[in-house]
Design a binder for this molecule. Structure first.
Ligand code: BGP
Length: 476
């Protein structure tokens, strides 16, 4: 049974939903430089914005102008919580101004007021793949310690401004993306001059882990300051948990799965929850000749800036094997070996509801602090019929099965505070930049070629999710 105050809702990110990329004095950020792509054609990162190219974040689904309508629809579904992110470059357009941009601050005031009007708790991510672009060019993002202070200035500004409106915060979205080369740009803000394709960047392990160290410090400092500004703040970490199984019971598969799990899924959470680097990373650093340059107080700071809760995204699982030549699968950030017992989504992500129960138990066992699922959903092609109806039974099926397993984990004893599906309305896909890959409970009239008038249409899943929330997950 779920608690009465269980936080049901949905989750979004500024760069995928807002649009209005040059309105209200917003500066451009990393995602404003990413072109649209498909499953077959990768997105590109361009240093200059090229008027001939399509950059989906520029208009996204125009939440910037539709937020009232959207939040009213979330309220109609009975949302208790709405996860969104603040675009850093709306508050500090280049990241370096001394004074924040009032228009940007006002926009989020209005959004939060709208949520609170309906009794919806905003849960806010400070950094979701959208560092102000100037910081990439000038400093190579978090590779430079100066960016820690710039981030902390931004965090302090929004904590102060919204201290009576927002209680739940996340510092960095999917921070562990930085544990694979592709995370260089979107999490760390590193775009090396030798990089040709940001999805396969020139990768310098020393730089990547040094920059990640700075991100840990930025997060820890923000947690400390947040708690000083309002002792009731609950500030969490956010991990992309790609659940990994050994492909076979061969001891070498077991060991490789354990190691990959540590390095990808566990490392960042271990630092942010426990406040120190775990033992296994020291060996990895030694093997790879990585030497983290620390200042005197860094370790103390990490220890003092532990998060209050652990949040994560869960879409899928993958297998790990030391055998070569096995069939492989794609995934949310991390691919792996295909699991013969699972089916995949149209974009090749393996669907594994029971893996969610397994993961919740693993995480609670590991950390013993409250957990939140802040992303879970399925990207699919939806068809709107002549009556503007969208029969997305596959989405209902996906979410239903995951909620069933989530409830079982709560019965197992896991302290789970909330479930935020991804995403309440169709938004731009992060990996492919498409509109076609839809996650929403609400359909948006917009395609990959800029057609459509942004009208909103509830899908069948909208009415289904409303019932789920109304019954606190009893009727699925
Ligand atoms: C996560 C991101 C989100 C979101 C989601 C779905 O990695 O935090 O921003 O987009 O994945 O992924 P995609 O849009 O690539 O299908």
């Amino acid at each position: 049974m779920l608690n009465k105050d269980f936080l049901w809702g949905g989750s979004t990110a500024a760069n995928q939903i807002e649009g209005g990329y040059d309105e209200g004095n917003k500066g451009d950020c990393i995602s404003d430089h990413l072109t649209g792509g498909t499953l077959e054609t990768r997105r590109c990162f361009t240093k200059r914005i090229d008027p001939q190219k399509n950059y989906p974040s520029h208009e996204a689904v125009d939440f910037y102008h539709h937020y009232k309508e959207d939040i009213a629809l979330f309220a109609q579904m009975g949302f208790k919580v709405f996860r969104m992110s603040i675009a850093w470059s709306r508050i500090y357009p280049t990241g370096e101004e001394n004074e924040p941009n009032e228009e940007g601050l006002k926009f989020y005031d209005d959004v939060f007021d709208e949520c609170l009007k309906y009794g919806i708790e905003p849960l806010v991510t400070l950094h979701h793949f959208d560092m102000p672009y100037l910081l990439v060019e000038k400093y190579q993002g978090f590779l430079n310690r100066k960016v820690i202070d710039l981030f902390v200035k931004y965090a302090t500004t929004v904590f102060e401004r919204y201290k009576n409106k927002v209680k739940y915060w996340l510092t960095f979205n999917e921070i562990n993306f930085a544990c694979i080369p592709m995370g260089n740009l979107e999490v760390l803000g590193i775009y090396h001059e030798k990089t040709k394709d940001y999805t396969e960047p020139y990768d310098n392990l020393q730089d990547r882990y040094q920059a990640l160290h700075h991100v840990f410090l930025a997060s820890a400092k923000a947690v400390r300051i947040g708690h000083k500004i309002n002792k009731n703040f609950k500030i969490g970490c956010m991990i992309a948990h790609v659940t990994l199984y050994p492909y076979s019971c061969h001891p070498q598969d077991m060991l490789l799965a354990q190691k990959t799990d540590h390095l990808f899924n566990d490392f960042c959470g271990d630092v942010q929850v426990r406040g120190y680097y775990p033992y296994y990373i020291k060996e990895y650093f030694k093997e790879n000749k990585i030497h983290i340059i620390k200042e005197e107080n860094d370790d103390v700071l990490l220890k003092k800036g532990c998060v209050d809760f652990y949040s994560f995204s869960y879409y899928m699982s993958n297998c790990i094997s030391c055998q070569e030549g096995l069939e492989t699968s794609m995934g949310n950030l991390l691919g792996g070996v295909t699991n013969p017992y699972l089916k995949s989504s149209e974009w090749g992500w393996q669907i594994d509801p029971e893996g969610l129960r397994y993961t919740l138990n693993k995480l609670y066992d590991r950390y013993q602090i409250p957990l939140m699922i802040v992303e879970n959903g399925i990207g699919a092609v939806d068809v709107k019929d002549a009556n503007n109806l969208i029969h997305d039974t596959y989405r209902v099926e996906y979410i239903k099965k995951h909620i069933e397993q989530m409830k079982r984990a709560v019965d197992d004893g896991v302290d789970l505070k909330g479930y935020m599906m991804w995403s309440p309305i169709d938004i731009i896909s992060s990996s492919t930049g498409e509109m076609k890959k839809r996650y929403g409970l609400i359909y948006i009239d917009r395609d990959d070629y800029g057609n459509g008038d942004f009208s909103r249409y509830p899908k069948d899943s909208f009415y289904w999710y409303k019932k789920v929330i109304d019954t606190n997950g009893e009727i699925l």
